[in-house]
Write a protein that binds this ligand. Structure first.
Ligand code: PXL
Length: 280
């Protein structure tokens, strides 16, 4: 069985970061080791959330794992709360990256043209340095524009998406993925660039007309899980996009009108079906 380590916060309620990564990666038949970077009562879209920083645990956890000769098939970083945590992740990559595994960076910092409350441009530039060390990075359009100092545009054309992907690879990322790509009104998907071959890949489906919190984490966790299961990046992106879109569709149809996250749990049977199709 493959083993991924994922390093991000645990928002006790809110369906994001570790409360998404753990169940999604496990459901995909991959072991999920975790490094919780902070404990929050909820994600930061709620008011008055509590926050307990766990930065001091990060290096000792790695040191213990090294004593035990633990290795990982992927090292996956998500939401990080400080410069120091970004620097600690650079150190993790040095400690745990081997010739046969990959680093996967989701620079979770914002969405819909805005950074989350905890972040600013200076933080985004620091995150770009972690993206520079990634085998695969998966920013959304907002995060990519903030890291690259490019204007965020509600409507972009193919040339602009390709320019962004080139610049992410110029930072140092081996493969760059951009989410939230819309080449036609009413459609939404992903585009990627492999710096080794200079080939672009694009995949989209009909846009589900709703925006929910935590969908970037669902996309990233599914993508890294699918890669660990041996899918190519193109196939992993298709599975991750289809599962995320299905989660949004089901949530939109829920009469309880959930607002702080999607019903990803109800779609796990769909994910497993979709994954086995791709593995067949
Ligand atoms: O979904 C990304 C995320 C992760 N963790 C925390 C967050 C958010 C988004 O707001 O607040 C704590």
């Amino acid at each position: 069985m493959k083993r991924i380590v994922t390093i991000q916060d645990i928002s006790c309620l809110g369906k994001c970061s570790l409360t998404v990564a753990l169940p999604v990666i496990s459901a995909m038949g991959v072991e999920a080791a975790i490094v919780p970077t902070a404990v929050l009562s909820t994600h930061t879209m709620f008011k008055n959330f509590t926050f307990h920083d766990l930065t001091n645990e990060i290096a000792p956890i790695a040191a213990h794992w090294q004593q035990e000769n633990i290795t990982f098939d992927a090292i996956y970083t998500g939401y990080l709360g400080s410069f120091e945590q970004i620097h600690l992740m650079q150190r993790y990559f040095e400690q745990f990256k081997t010739a046969s595994n990959f680093t996967f960076v989701d620079p979770a910092m914002g969405d819909n043209g805005k950074l989350y409350p905890a972040f600013d441009e200076v933080f985004a530039h620091e995150m770009a340095k972690l993206v520079a060390m990634a085998d695969i990075c998966v920013p959304n359009l907002t995060e990519a524009c903030m890291m690259l100092d490019l204007p965020y545009r509600e409507v972009c054309d193919e040339t602009y998406y390709k320019e962004i992907l080139h610049r992410l690879c110029d930072l140092g990322a081996k493969k760059a993925v951009l989410t939230g790509v819309s080449l036609e009104p009413g459609r939404l998907g992903v585009m990627s660039l492999d710096s080794a071959t200079d080939k672009f890949f694009h995949y989209d489906t009909e846009r589900v007309p709703a925006v929910y919190h935590g969908t970037g984490d669902i996309f990233a966790s599914t993508c890294v899980g699918a890669l660990a299961r041996g899918l190519s990046l193109d196939d992993a992106l298709k599975v991750a996009h289809d599962y995320t879109a299905q989660c949004i569709r089901l949530t939109l149809d829920d009469p309880a009108k959930p607002w702080y996250g999607v019903n990803f749990e109800q779609c796990i049977p769909y994910l497993l079906e979709r994954l086995s199709q791709s593995l067949a």
